[in-house]
Design a protein around this ligand. Structure first.
Ligand code: CAA
Length: 281
């Protein structure tokens, strides 16, 4: 697959576009406004520059990757894509609308993938009349650095669809794919989100500080980031969506999002991206 489309140029969409372009694919990012499309391009530029500064990439290869990237606000630019990966906000109705539009905009053989972190894939697949070509392809933040990709087949995903994206992720992108069933949270978030929510409850109960919780999990378990730093990095809004989705799926009390998480999202303290979360940036 050489012609790739990405819907949404935020943190995840830009990261996905970057790794696809670095792998030699021709990439089109679709955003809702030109201003957001330009911001997506500059996210990719910055990350490529960082990769060059860390000696992970030659300048010529960064330039070539940028040369393979286009940004647009027009779905018509997706007509020739072989694979489109949606990385829009975690709102089920929004994703369903996007998938209905993608069915119109792309050819019958285009694979339609969603990078949702926790919405069951079948919920977006059924917005199309061809759910056999819809699959979950879930990357991790920061996309250029994290090696894992979860591949999620629904009850209706054709085996050829899953096989084609698995081959692309492994052979072209050089990432490690794992397969997961179509349950909210898949593998990683089904385990990670309850842990992060438990860290918020611990912090809220006041028996350990944010710094001590983070220091404990880094030093005691070898995690690269403590849970509250990781929450600020992922975004508290993204975490709340994932927690809501898990609670809706499994209805277990320990999966209910903690009140403090809701209040912080209400207050606009979403983490790094808004300058304040559990820490101030
Ligand atoms: N391109 C390529 N390589 C890059 C890069 C870029 N833009 N930026 C950094 N790197 C490389 C660095 O060169 C470095 O490589 P070496 O180890 O070979 O030297 C490596 O990536 C680490 O970078 P840094 O030294 O800048 O930073 P760090 O050591 O502090 O690590 C981190 C940063 C990788 C983010 C690390 O803290 C980490 O792994 N954190 C946990 C991240 C995590 O858990 N992510 C999952 C979030 S959950 C999610 O995404 C799912 C969801 O749906 C919510």
């Amino acid at each position: 697959m050489q012609q790739i489309g990405v819907i949404g140029g935020g943190t995840m969409g830009a990261g996905i576009a970057e790794v696809c372009a670095k792998a030699g694919s021709d990439v089109v990012i679709v955003e809702v406004k030109q201003e957001f499309a330009d911001a997506a391009r500059s996210r990719v530029e910055k990350s490529l520059a960082k990769a060059v500064s860390r000696n992970k990439l030659e300048q010529a290869d960064a330039d070539a990757a940028l040369g393979r990237l286009r940004v647009t606000t027009d779905y018509a630019d997706l007509a020739d894509r072989e694979l489109v990966i949606e990385a829009a906000p975690e709102i089920e109705e929004l994703k369903r609308k996007i998938f209905a539009d993608l069915e119109e905009a792309t050819g019958p053989n285009t694979i339609l993938a969603t990078n949702t972190s926790s919405i069951p894939i079948i919920k977006v697949a059924t917005a199309t009349t061809t759910p056999e070509r819809v699959v979950g392809v879930h990357f991790f933040n920061p996309v250029p650095v994290m090696p894992l990709v979860e591949i999620i087949s629904t009850l209706t995903t054709a085996p050829e669809t899953a096989d084609a994206v698995t081959a692309y992720v492994k052979d072209a992108l050089g990432k490690n794919p794992v397969n997961a069933g179509d349950r909210s949270g898949f593998i990683v978030n089904a385990l990670l989100i309850p842990y992060l929510c438990q860290a918020i409850r611990m912090y809220d109960s006041g028996y350990a500080s944010a710094e001590d919780i983070d220091t404990a999990m880094k030093g005691g378990c070898g995690y690269p980031m403590g849970p509250l730093t990781l929450l600020d990095t992922i975004g508290l809004d993204v975490t709340l969506s994932a927690a809501n989705s898990l609670y809706e799926e499994f209805a277990e009390p320990h999966l209910a999002p903690p009140a403090l998480l809701r209040r912080m999202v209400d207050a606009g303290r979403l983490g790094r991206k808004t300058g304040r979360g559990f820490y101030t940036y």
